[in-house]
Design a protein. Structure first.
Length: 224
């Protein structure tokens, strides 16, 4: 019930966080081609979120939508609406990132962002599944989603990397084995790391003392 507040009493706040182009993106991606029952992008998004975050079945989502005045739909109609939403939702997510500073420029190469999140069964206290996501920055779309067991970690070497592709990842992906996988495939990595998270070497083969390098920088200075 805690999550229902996002699609019920807190819905106006959720809408305020959405990209300004919510409606036009919905039309351009043909997610809402016929405005019958669901007449605008906000109601469409509300339906998608109600199903995806509130642990409701298709039948329960249909009943909820009718009770809240979002739309009068059967469970089959809800499923059809959800099936046409992925490309639009990916564009909404990308636009949300762009409006918060993510660059739309790419260095003439494919740039992909990797991330993952945990999923738990209702009432579970642990991680039951892990949802892995791969996003194409230039195309502004989520191109791959994979659901695995909770034991499957976030690793660069679970992804195929074409030559010259640039992979962006957070510090969970910063492992020597994972980075080696990308480099051996002819790709590149831009990745965060803890100061002691990687075994780095100098060009001559000695141990790279990252702290001594950081001491050469002034506050707010960027170094190569």
């Amino acid at each position: 019930m805690e999550k229902r507040k996002y699609v019920e009493e807190d819905w106006n706040y959720v809408v305020s966080l959405m990209p300004r182009e919510l409606e036009s993106l919905c039309t351009s991606k043909l997610a809402l081609s016929r405005k019958r029952e669901i007449v605008n992008a906000q109601d469409y998004l509300r339906l998608c979120l109600a199903y995806s975050i509130c642990d409701m079945s298709l039948r329960q989502t249909a009943a909820w939508a009718s009770a809240t005045g979002v739309a009068h739909l059967s469970d089959v109609a809800v499923l059809k609406r959800l099936q046409t939403a992925p490309e639009w939702l990916g564009s909404v997510l990308a636009e949300w990132f762009y409006q918060r500073g993510l660059t739309q420029g790419t260095p003439g190469r494919k740039v992909r962002i990797l991330d993952a999140t945990t999923v738990s069964k209702p009432g579970s206290q642990g991680t039951d599944w892990r949802l892995h996501l791969r996003m194409d920055l230039a195309e502004r779309r989520i191109e791959q989603v994979e659901l695995t067991s909770g034991r499957e970690g976030e690793r660069l070497d679970r992804h195929a990397v074409p030559p010259n592709e640039v992979i962006l990842g957070d510090r969970v992906y910063a492992t020597n084995k994972g980075i080696a996988h990308v480099l051996q495939a002819g790709g590149h990595v831009v990745i965060r790391s803890r100061w002691s998270g990687l075994k780095l070497k100098t060009q001559s083969g000695g141990r790279l003392d990252i702290l001594s390098l950081l001491e050469t920088l002034d506050p707010d200075e960027i170094g190569d």
